[in-house]
Design a protein around this ligand. Structure first.
Ligand code: 0A1
Ligand code: ZN
Length: 865
């Protein structure tokens, strides 16, 4: 049994590097199995480091071919080199040049970290610590260097050669069939932002003129033959560039900006300087192969990686504990971008749903950690919803607290003061303190305190005094109270009570800093319902204990669209938890559809979508029984489908697009499709027979993937020959489209039926499935683990076992993806006893696997804590 726990790295132990590397000259000779890397490093002692300290370079799986120091062999006995590092004792106390030659095998690199091959294309992934798999280096984000990279490859195998920065030279190597390109990046950067690409690629390109007058060649490179599917991504890059200039005054700073799509990628995408590398799922889109949700995700991720050029690259992180400094901020920025491109209210709802579905459970379970962690065993396991999404919520609260002008001024100062530096969360907050004159010490606690605070509210109306007292109380742990911006207002029987006044509420926001506070509203002519946490102004759990009638009032009359949606969710939660008649709810939804269906279809679709099983589990204070949740949710959907039937039928008809209509991924058109498909799905919930027929017809008639897939998803919940026939036809139609087959894998993996296990076993043998491709694994096994709660937590333990077996198999080839999959067990303690015991046993079994990776070992160990 494996007993040793991996060593922890602590924030408190941070020390500056003893050495710096000012310049890196790389010569990379690409070869499928024997790629030669010559690195010429301009090293000097760091004035802030320890004088005379040995030079310790990181390495991972490297073989050293040659080494010299200032052109000569190092003094015998001073060098220790192995696959995992290179140390030089007593290095010169002055600047010196180290030349290191290593050899690596990109074809054998299944971890997809460092230099690897994806579908024949050479590419790199260096965040967080992949550069050390290319050459020995000070692989830490506070060592910034100027890179020049010469890439050489067989001209037929890799006609396209891309690097960071600007292209400076290219040519052929006479008589060898090989060619080369030299790239120079003038902006100092940490090694994690290094990238190169070599392969056969097509591209689409355009020129963007920045507000500073620089003409930038923007190109998106994809697998040959797929260039037309890159047009939307290219357009999204251009819109991102323009938006960052307008919203934040940030211009692009190189002559070229390249995006490359590869099919084997551990995450979504990577912001390497001037050369973003993407999971092709977030680049390739055509109406026939991508859904509206895919288009929205492409837009958001293209923007995210582009925005990192300032928030992450120009200003980078001192150490990996500061990860939220770039990620939380950049998620906030991409969310604002998407809100400006689409409907702000609809986007906010989507953000909060994602936060509640992924971050709240993480924050409530054994894998919880502060937005800025204080210790880690494996940094790759901290690319989490907490760091990203809760990190973004903190930035959003900061903006709410300071107001838009002071927020923007603070951002400008943050960039100005930290450009070219590796910064910390303290540096970030300092910029806002300086611009706003506010003390943010209390607010800073959000970065260090794990867990989701609870905000409770109780109100008392005094008819005689025409006043309303609202008591707000917060609780998290035993620590200091947090600073919580609470956007709020009062709503009367006929609408907003705009005349009600409370001096402590400014611009509709009350800032709660005490454990408890009571607000007095004057001039309240009737008993109000409080509309709290408008726009979800803070990442907390709200306990307002309103009656169903109160929620229904908010649903009908609140001026805040987020809270109108939230009111519908709250009513649905109440009905699923406590039972009762859904008649009043159905009537309210009906009115909403009448009023809103045509005007804001996307919003209406969201109101119809009752909380998912995960969201219900998340709200449970008692132990979670996935079967009971599934049954309650199915019953509510059935009842709503029946009660709303005439309206749903009419919507489905009215929102039919003409077969000749050209597909457009814009928000309004997507909203109409969303509402029509929500209507179809609810009809099917109430009347499976009609639903199946209609879904079948829609699959046949569909002119785009959104409608086809939505109908297939509806049909997938209705057992029978129609379903199996449609699934088979879909697979045949898209046999050559791996990204579309991922959707097909996912739909089947999420079927809440006993037969799903056997189905998954069959699908694992499907020719399109491959354990080596992270997208395939996530589509089939990930969708099952994260999206099929009843089958994952089956009574016989077979669902847990299926995921555990996949984790164990994957651990040997791609530990990062294996570890992510294992986080599906993160909420095991909340499950009812028998299931929890099984999960615990499985986690122990995984933890005991001999030779287990640090990635998986860390998740298993923490899950059991
Ligand atoms: N910085 C990237 C996330 C990322 C992190 C690690 C990776 O390794 C496989 C890849 C990407 C982002 O925020 O998009
Ligand atoms: Zn990011």
């Amino acid at each position: 049994m494996r007993t040793e726990t991996p060593p922890l790295i602590h924030l408190a132990d941070y020390r500056p590097s003893d050495h710096l590397i000012d310049r890196v000259d790389l010569d990379v000779r690409l070869d499928p199995h024997r790629t030669r890397v010559t690195a010429v490093l301009a090293v000097r002692p760091n004035p802030g480091g320890e004088p005379g300290a040995p030079l310790r370079l990181d390495g991972d799986d490297l073989s050293l071919i040659a080494l010299d120091l200032d052109g000569a062999a190092p003094t015998p006995g001073t060098v220790t080199a192995g696959p995992q590092g290179l140390e030089i004792a007593g290095p010169p106390q002055r600047p010196f040049t180290l030349t290191v030659v290593t050899e690596i095998d990109p074809t054998a690199n299944t971890k997809l970290m460092g230099l690897y091959r994806s579908g024949g294309v050479y590419c790199t992934q260096c965040e967080a610590d992949g550069f050390r798999r290319i050459t020995y280096f000070l692989d830490r984000p506070d060592v910034l260097s100027v890179y020049t990279t010469r890439i050489e490859a067989d001209a037929a195998e890799a006609p396209v050669l891309l690097g960071n920065g600007n292209p400076v030279e290219s040519g052929t190597v006479a008589g060898t069939g090989r060619h080369y390109a030299v790239w120079h990046d003038p902006h100092p950067k940490p090694a994690y932002l290094f990238a190169l690409v070599g392969g056969r690629l097509d591209n689409v390109a355009t020129t963007f003129r920045t507000m500073e007058g620089r003409d930038v060649r923007v190109a998106v490179h994809v697998e040959p033959g797929k260039a037309e599917r890159a047009a939307y991504a290219l357009d999204a890059v251009v819109r991102s560039m323009r938006w960052d200039e307008e919203a934040f005054g940030r211009a692009y700073d190189l002559d070229v900006f390249n995006v490359v799509a590869v099919s084997d990628f551990n995450m979504g995408a990577m912001e390497n300087k001037g050369l973003n590398i993407f999971n092709d799922k977030y680049v390739l889109a055509s109406p026939e192969t991508a859904t509206d949700a895919d288009y929205a995700a492409i837009e958001a991720i293209i923007a995210h990686e582009y925005f990192h050029n300032w928030s992450g690259n120009r200003v980078t992180c001192r150490d990996w504990f500061q990860l939220c400094l770039k990620e939380g901020l950049t998620v906030f920025r991409d969310q604002e971008f998407s809100s400006d491109m689409r409907s702000r209210a609809v986007h906010r709802i989507a953000e909060v749903r994602a936060l509640r579905a992924r971050q709240f459970p993480e924050d409530a379970g054994p894998l919880r950690h502060p937005v800025r962690p204080t210790a880690y065993a494996e940094i790759n396991n901290f690319y989490t919803a907490t760091v990203y999404e809760k990190g973004a919520e903190i930035v959003r609260m900061l903006k709410t607290l300071l107001g838009p002008e002071a927020f923007r001024a603070g951002m400008d100062r943050y960039y100005a003061d930290n450009d070219g530096r590796a910064a910390t969360v303290e540096d970030f907050l300092k910029a806002f303190e300086a611009e706003s004159g506010r003390d943010l010490a209390g607010f800073a606690q959000w970065y260090g305190r794990p867990g989701t605070p609870t905000l409770s509210a109780t109100g008392r109306y005094d008819a005689a005094a025409q006043s309303y007292d609202l008591t707000l109380a917060q609780s998290l742990d035993d620590g200091e109270p947090l600073v919580i911006p609470v956007a709020l207002g009062l709503v009367g029987a006929g609408g907003a009570l705009d005349g009600a006044v409370c001096p402590e509420v400014r611009d509709g926001v009350y800032v709660l800093t005490a454990r408890e506070a009571t607000l007095r509203f004057a001039d309240v002519p009737e008993p109000p319902v409080p509309s709290l946490l408008r726009g979800f102004s803070a990442p907390v759990r709200l306990r307002a204990e309103l009656a169903q009638a109160d929620h229904l009032r908010l649903l009908a009359h609140d001026t805040d669209p987020f809270n109108r949606w939230q009111a519908a969710q709250s009513v649905a939660h109440g009905l699923m938890r406590d039972g009762g008649s859904p008649a009043a709810f159905a009537e309210a939804l009906g009115l909403l559809l009448d009023r809103e269906g045509a005007r804001d279809s996307a919003f209406a679709a969201l109101a119809l979508a009752i909380p998912g099983e995960g969201e219900v589990a998340n709200e449970m204070r008692a132990e979670v029984d996935p079967d009971a949740i599934h049954a309650a949710r199915t019953a509510l959907r059935r009842d709503l489908g029946r009660a709303l039937r005439p309206r749903l039928d009419a919507l489905w008809e009215a929102l039919t697009e003409a077969p000749s209509a050209l597909y457009s991924p814009d928000a309004a058109a997507a909203g109409r499709r969303a509402l029509r498909n929500a209507a179809l799905d609810l009809v099917a919930a109430g009347d499976p027979e009609t639903g199946a027929a209609r879904a079948g017809a829609q699959i046949e008639a569909a002119t785009n993937m959104t409608d086809r897939l939505a109908a297939l998803g509806t049909l997938a919940l209705i057992p029978g020959e129609a379903r199996e026939g449609a699934l088979a036809a879909f697979a045949e139609r898209y046999a050559d489209e791996p990204l579309v087959l991922d959707k097909w894998f996912a739909i089947q993996a999420m079927i809440p039926e006993d037969g799903t296990l056997a189905r998954i076993a069959r699908l694992k043998e499907h020719p399109a499935f491959a354990m080596t491709n992270p997208n395939r694994v996530r589509a089939l096994v990930g969708s099952f683990a994260f999206g099929n709660p009843t089958q994952f937590a089956r009574a016989d333990g077979a669902g847990f076992a299926l995921v555990a077996d996949t984790v164990a198999a994957l651990d040997r080839t791609n530990p990062q993806v294996a570890a992510k999959l294992l986080t599906a067990f993160g909420s095991w303690r909340k499950l009812r006893k028998s299931r929890a015991c099984q999960a615990e046993e499985i986690l122990n079994r995984i933890k005991a696997i001999p030779g287990l990776s640090r990635d998986v070992g860390d998740i298993a160990a923490r899950s059991l804590m």
